[in-house]
Design a protein around this ligand. Structure first.
Ligand SMILES: [Fe+2]
Length: 291
């Protein structure tokens, strides 16, 4: 059966049928998915029962798996999943929900802010693939915002004003905005800010998009309060409901998004119950600007 993609939101997001991600994918199918990603920016696949190995193998069709180091505060000895898998669950190594005061859990609350994965890296992520293994009963939707449509809708004056701006991104900015401020010296070094263009252009479609993220906390050459208010205004503009798709998870959903042209956030959920979501990340190829 050939791959078909049906658009399920007025401005982006496609639902894919005709593929089993657990099996080896033909080159034609991988190319069709890549083309779908360039066009729709988010693709939804239903009923994809995957092991971690199958998810990683599927991910490699689209590039190299990103090195996850430097992206969180979880100690290697506390890791629940193998290298190559990003654990975005609320679970400890033994499979039970993390306690309320767990530093790891509180750090992960930052995923409830609008962001683009790995925008705090010099070479930020290309795609993220999120597989729903255990869905939480209450809440936990993931929302996606189309940053191309948001850019297109800006007036010409604003486009002109922001086109060449460069932001500083760090996990300390996103977490700091939630009052998470205590870092070891080693973590401070690990979360050192990187530079990212505020407007970027997609390498395949050529479309421009706003490259926003809660990790963005400063703009080069701009006084801090002015920078922060501009970033807030742009984020408010970009996350209007007309640009947002709300994904309600079913078990075995697989959702892929292009971090270069979308933002996302998870909504609050019942943290006493398990939510087992496993992410693989396709590494980006180039920085958005020289450091
Ligand atoms: Fe994320």
């Amino acid at each position: 059966m050939p791959i078909t993609i049906r658009q399920i939101h007025p401005v982006f997001v496609g639902e894919v049928s005709g593929i089993d991600a657990a099996k080896a994918v033909t080159r034609e199918d991988a190319q069709a998915i890549d083309a779908g990603m360039a066009k729709y920016a988010v693709l939804v696949f239903r009923d994809q029962k995957l092991t971690d190995e199958q998810q990683m193998a599927f991910t490699r069709n689209f590039g190299t798996i990103e090195d996850a180091r430097g992206g969180n505060i979880t100690k290697p000895r506390d890791r629940r999943l193998v290298e190559g898998m990003n654990d975005v669950s609320n679970l400890a190594k033994d499979g039970s929900p993390l306690p309320r005061d767990s530093r790891q859990r509180l750090f992960n609350v930052g995923n409830m802010l609008w962001h683009s994965d790995s925008s705090f890296r010099v070479i930020p992520a290309k795609y993220s693939l999120l597989s729903a293994r255990t869905v939480n009963r209450k809440g936990g939707n993931t929302e996606f915002a189309d940053m191309r449509a948001a850019y297109d809708a800006l007036d010409d004056e604003t486009k002109c004003e922001i086109d060449e701006l460069v932001c500083e991104h760090s996990l300390m900015y996103s977490r700091g905005s939630l009052g998470f401020l205590d870092y070891s010296e080693q973590e401070k070094l690990m979360f050192k800010p990187v530079l990212q263009r505020l407007v970027r252009q997609h390498p395949v479609s050529g479309r421009k998009s706003l490259y926003l993220s809660s990790h963005a906390g400063a703009i080069v050459g701009m006084p801090m309060p002015e920078a922060r208010i501009l970033l807030r205004d742009l984020t408010e503009h970009a996350t209007q409901s007309k640009f947002v798709y709300v994904h309600q998870w079913r078990p075995n959903d697989l959702v892929i998004w292009d971090n270069r042209q979308t933002m996302h956030r998870v909504r609050r959920f019942d943290e006493s119950q398990p939510r087992d979501m496993r992410r693989t990340t396709v590494a980006g190829e180039v920085p958005t600007i020289a450091q």
